[in-house]
Design a protein around this ligand. Structure first.
Ligand SMILES: [Fe+2]
Length: 428
């Protein structure tokens, strides 16, 4: 056991908590989430600017005093009604430091901060889940991304949604369907639900099970079917090349939902390909092409009689860690390239290398829509296309809408939170 005398002998060492207070229950956390205590704290020690936590499973965690002070859950830090922060750290008289630390019988940590001399309690489950000293980063994906090719995956992950809408949002049946469906969506960028009602407009109810719809100039819901005087190639019977929707917007819609109400035409198969798989193939095999597609800003434009959308962006975008963030591909919506004179030919060489990949049949997944099918896909990752169909052979009617990726992530987090809450309640 780490002795107080050791701490006294060497100022490098922290001061071990020497007493245990009694509290009946664990403290609040600065959020609405649920944090099961899967591993208890064995002991703690502190320095003025650091808390050290030794966990029962051997893990060792460090937390800065300033970070702890800002993330306390008391009503001087967080508005208890909203769980939003009200503390302005710079309003403190000095840098917040730890004067004393105690490990409670409840398992919580109680720290007294200077200069306020304010005792604040911290939930061990929350501390463990936010242990940034062991490489835990909050921007890690909720579900690991798995790229795929149609040659390996012949159909979307598919779930039976018969009767789903008869159960309210948040009910056990609702959650039992959404959890695996959203996991497929987050991982592979694509999921299919089947046996849904085919009444026009049902899609709005379905979409709101995940989150609010993003309206566009095509409305909240749009009808994909051949019609007179079309304002998009989608509203004809011709083939559509692989594309994302609305690359002409600064922020492309994150999710697209397509709900099949009727399909009795000959041909017109749906085609999906994973734009991230294509981009990764380029990064591995033609890195110069990948770099050029990540750097040159192409023009994406959609001009109509009453609207005029234009945006310039690279075809491939990565985040700060080099992980793929989005692709922006739609040949029929590219406007004239406006870039450095010497970049033009390399830009077109890279573009054509990409176009050759889009024709590689190994990337394409092909399937037929049946009435009652719903396909949800990541519109900033997957490319969708359509084979031509014979318009006089029957009816083909899809209804579509857009959501943002944020809504899927939020919904999935709530599903996970609900599970944790039930686990805690069961343990109690
Ligand atoms: Fe489309």
């Amino acid at each position: 056991m780490w002795q107080a005398s050791k701490a006294n002998a060497n100022p490098h060492y922290g001061v071990r908590a020497m007493f245990i207070e009694t509290h009946d229950s664990l403290p609040l956390t600065p959020d609405y989430d649920a944090w099961p205590v899967d591993v208890s704290i064995a002991s703690i020690e502190h320095q003025p600017r650091e808390l050290h936590v030794y966990w029962e499973d051997g893990q060792f965690s460090r937390y800065h005093s300033v970070w702890l002070r800002e993330n306390a859950a008391d009503d001087s830090t967080i508005n208890p009604a909203t769980r939003e922060r009200i503390l302005d750290l710079s309003s403190l008289n000095a840098w917040p430091t730890i004067d004393s630390a105690a490990l409670e019988e409840s398992g919580a940590v109680c720290l007294t901060f200077a200069p306020e001399q304010r005792p604040l309690r911290f939930h061990p489950g929350w501390l463990r889940a936010h242990d940034y000293s062991n490489g835990h980063t909050q921007d890690a994906p909720l579900v690991a991304v798995t790229t795929w090719r149609g040659s390996d995956k012949q159909a979307p992950d598919t779930f039976d949604a018969n009767g789903w809408l008869d159960h309210p949002s948040g009910s056990p049946v609702d959650t039992a369907l959404l959890e695996p469906a959203l996991e497929s969506l987050l991982s592979q960028g694509l999921v299919r639900l089947q046996n849904l009602p085919t009444a026009p407009g049902t899609l709005a109810d379905i979409a709101r099970r995940i989150g609010p719809i993003r309206p566009t100039n095509f409305g909240e819901l749009f009808d994909v079917k051949a019609k007179p005087n079309p304002d998009s190639n989608a509203y004809t019977s011709i083939a559509l090349p692989p594309h994302v929707d609305l690359p002409t917007r600064e922020y492309q819609p994150g999710l697209q939902l397509l709900h099949c109400l009727e399909n009795s035409v000959t041909d017109g198969q749906a085609v999906m390909m994973d734009g991230f798989a294509i981009a990764e193939a380029l990064r591995d095999e033609e890195p110069q092409v990948f770099d050029t597609l990540s750097q040159v800003r192409w023009c994406f434009a959609n001009t109509a009689q009453t609207t005029d959308y234009v945006w310039h962006e690279p075809v491939i975008r990565c985040d700060a860690h080099g992980e793929l963030l989005e692709v922006r591909i739609a040949d029929f919506l590219r406007g004239p390239l406006q870039t450095d004179f010497n970049q033009v030919e390399p830009a077109y060489e890279a573009l054509m290398a990409l176009q050759r990949r889009l024709r590689d049949p190994s990337f394409a997944m092909r399937f037929t829509y049946h009435p009652g099918d719903l396909v949800i896909f990541d519109n900033r990752r997957l490319l969708h296309a359509r084979d031509a169909f014979e318009g006089s052979s029957g009816q083909r009617w899809l209804q579509g809408c857009y959501l943002e990726r944020d809504e899927v992530r939020s919904r999935y987090r709530i599903v996970q939170r609900t599970k944790r809450q039930k686990r805690i309640a069961t343990a109690d």
